[in-house]
Design a protein around this ligand. Structure first.
Ligand SMILES: Cc1cc2nc3c(=O)[nH]c(=O)nc-3n(C[C@H](O)[C@H](O)[C@H](O)COP(=O)(O)O)c2cc1C
Length: 330
């Protein structure tokens, strides 16, 4: 997949996940085969107010590039300034969020509300393309159902305004994550525009990615929820899309070792207090399906130090050795 002057091989990326895609997780996903990683959504308004926590979302590790910074807002000038700021911090691409449907974002008339207000959405893309030299992408949903533009019209508008690619998560704005993603919407967008189209929604395996590409003709795919606790999905999807044999899934030992590394990366990057807090949920995902997972998850929720989390993972390894036949893991 080519976007601007950048080539993405294999054409699979980590989808934007607010509160999850920090530097450590993005780095791990890159190492395990994602050729591009998205940040979670970053508020243009907060950047304008110089909010320190928001500014920190635009700090990148050398090894995680290429990284796509996702910004959101309702004012063309504000989003364009955010796009330029993201580029200044080293983002290789900028993505404009037209998919988020959490009440706080919708109240600000941003995210998927822009699909109900296509002129405004288009103006935001145009201003951002003017403000940033890096490729500008747009993340779309199916639409707002009863007004505004559907994904096809919005994708055309984005292309006309200079977007370098669009991604499509084919659920209606109000659906959040319910039901099944309607991949036929991705196919219709792909037919309608000449820029690359990245398909997203419900990919849980390499076979799913192959099926999405075959059914929709999309240029690349983006994986979100299936990467939680399983960043090996990128290796699997990459092999499947290349028509290569699927590499074996991780052993319990590999899973524990990666979780331990993730804990250490997060603590080093974000400081012990925040790093440990952020890692609790990741630990729960890594431990899923393992013996004593529930008890260890509860223990992790009480942990306050990096060492405690590392000890919990040692306990998980010991429990897995004592009970070697675990469903779904080797
Ligand atoms: C916890 C969580 C956070 C998300 N945050 C964002 C976000 O910041 N920006 C965005 O465009 N989409 C966000 N999404 C949507 C995902 O990028 C993706 O479109 C959706 O999860 C469908 O893909 P999947 O089935 O591979 O998970 C989020 C989804 C989840 C579950």
């Amino acid at each position: 997949m080519r976007i601007g002057s950048l080539t993405f091989n294999p054409p699979v990326g980590l989808a934007p996940l607010a509160g999850i895609n920090d530097r450590s997780f993005r780095l791990i996903c890159r190492e395990l085969g994602a050729s591009i990683v998205w940040t979670g959504l970053i508020s243009g308004n907060a950047l304008q107010h110089g909010n320190e926590k928001t500014e920190d979302l635009l700090r990148f590790l050398p090894a995680e590039h290429p990284v796509c910074a996702q910004v959101f807002g309702a004012e063309p000038g504000v989003v364009a300034a955010a796009a330029a700021e993201a580029e200044g911090h080293g983002a290789d691409l900028v993505d404009i969020n037209m998919g988020c449907s959490v009440p706080k974002v919708l109240k600000g008339r941003a995210g998927s509300a822009l699909m109900a207000d296509p002129e405004r959405g288009e103006a935001i893309v145009r201003a951002s393309v003017e403000a940033a030299a890096v490729p500008v992408l747009v993340k779309l949903r199916t639409g707002w159902r009863d007004r505004g533009a559907g994904a096809v019209e919005m994708a055309r508008r984005c292309e006309g305004a200079g977007a370098a690619a669009v991604s499509v998560h084919p659920r209606w704005a109000g659906e959040r994550f319910r039901g099944v993603a309607d991949w036929s919407v991705i196919a219709r967008v792909k037919e309608a525009v000449g820029i690359p189209v990245i398909g997203n929604g419900d990919i849980r395996s390499g076979a799913d990615a192959v099926r999405m590409r075959a059914e929709t003709g999309c240029d690349g795919v983006m994986v979100g929820r299936a990467a939680l606790g399983n960043p090996w999905i990128f290796r699997e999807v990459g092999a499947a899309l290349a028509g290569e044999p699927i590499p074996p899934g991780p052993t319990v030992g590999e899973r524990i070792a990666l979780a331990q590394r993730h804990v250490s990366l997060a603590a080093a990057d974000r400081g012990a207090r925040v790093g440990v807090r952020e890692m609790r949920k990741h630990l729960a995902w890594y431990l899923k399906g393992m013996p004593m997972a529930r008890a260890l998850r509860e223990k992790a929720n009480q942990a306050t130090t990096e060492q405690e989390l590392l000890d919990i993972l040692e306990e998980a390894a010991a429990a897995a050795t004592a009970e070697p036949t675990i469903e779904g893991t080797r």
